[in-house]
Design a protein around this ligand. Structure first.
Ligand code: FE2
Length: 284
């Protein structure tokens, strides 16, 4: 039996996203949040000499090998506002990380079995991916006061296949509201073409860097964005061409989420995609 009834399938096809409240229970959310906190603590213990900032408004991260090489690793990326001018932390270390990526789904003893639950691949298959391949995972903290903005984008910009197939599963692990940086999306915006592509290109000194190729520089119709305010435990499925964003979190409450991205194994995955997932994870 398909995990998507005809009403939900039609809603996803119409809007480019689908909100499924109550998909996870409180215990699931808590286990993932606690595991992320443990990974953060280990990061500060082991890698405090190598902080890397992640911010979509700051392209420096794109040139960082730390980012480009994270496709088959578990790495922490600091918030842009977590560091003082002298490089020291200006917030508590448990509030300093922007995200953990990008192979939790394969390598982490807690996140991997969660990510590989058959029901998730079934959901993505019902959304149209005949051969779902789980390519990427991210834990996003959206920490109080400094949780960074994610500018309006299409996920296919970053995870391109020919034809486009990337599909996201975004799990709210805490309540997400406007004030703490919930998702916003343009209903039906997935019916437009891909506007840009972020690619790996040769950089100076033989190291790769990231570069964005823009096909259409028309500003996004931001007035059409609607907030996806959801309680903890909600799953939001996102089409790879759907324009979406999230605002900075200036509230005192975090807005943790876990995101998985799938592609269709039948589609071509170009060698110049930034993400190199390592040995194939196979059908999810
Ligand atoms: Fe996204």
């Amino acid at each position: 039996m398909s995990p998507l009834d005809p009403t939900k399938a039609a809603s996803y096809e119409r809007d480019g996203f689908l909100v499924l409240p109550g998909f996870l229970g409180p215990a699931d959310c808590q286990v993932l949040r606690e595991r992320a906190a443990t990974l953060c603590a280990a990061y500060f213990q082991e890698r405090r000499d190598r902080p890397v900032v992640f911010s979509t408004t700051d392209a420096r991260h794109a040139s960082e090998a730390y980012f480009l090489e994270s496709g088959d690793k578990i790495r922490c990326f600091l918030e842009a506002e977590a560091l003082a001018a002298d490089g020291s932390l200006r917030v508590a270390q448990e509030h300093a990380v922007n995200k953990i990526g990008h192979a939790l789904h394969r390598l982490d003893p807690i996140f991997a079995p969660f990510s590989q639950r058959p029901v998730l691949a079934e959901l993505v298959r019902a959304a149209g991916l005949a051969e779902p391949v789980l390519l990427q995972s991210m834990y996003i903290f959206k920490n109080p006061h400094i949780g960074g903005e994610v500018t309006c984008h299409q996920d296919a910009t970053y995870l391109y296949t020919d034809p486009v197939s990337v599909t996201g599963l975004w799990f709210a692990l805490e309540d997400a509201h406007r004030d703490n940086g919930c998702l916003w999306a343009i209903p039906g915006g997935h019916r437009g073409p891909l506007r840009s592509r972020f690619r790996r290109v040769p950089g100076e000194g033989g190291a790769d860097r990231g570069a964005t190729e823009v096909y259409d520089a028309t500003p996004w119709p931001l007035e059409q964005l609607v907030p996806l305010e959801v309680p903890a435990g909600t799953l939001v499925m996102l089409h790879g061409l759907l324009p979406h964003r999230s605002e900075a979190n200036r509230s005192g409450r975090s807005r943790a989420a876990y995101a998985l991205h799938y592609i269709d194994g039948r589609c071509d995955y170009p060698a110049d995609n930034w993400l190199r997932p390592g040995s194939p994870s196979g059908p999810a």
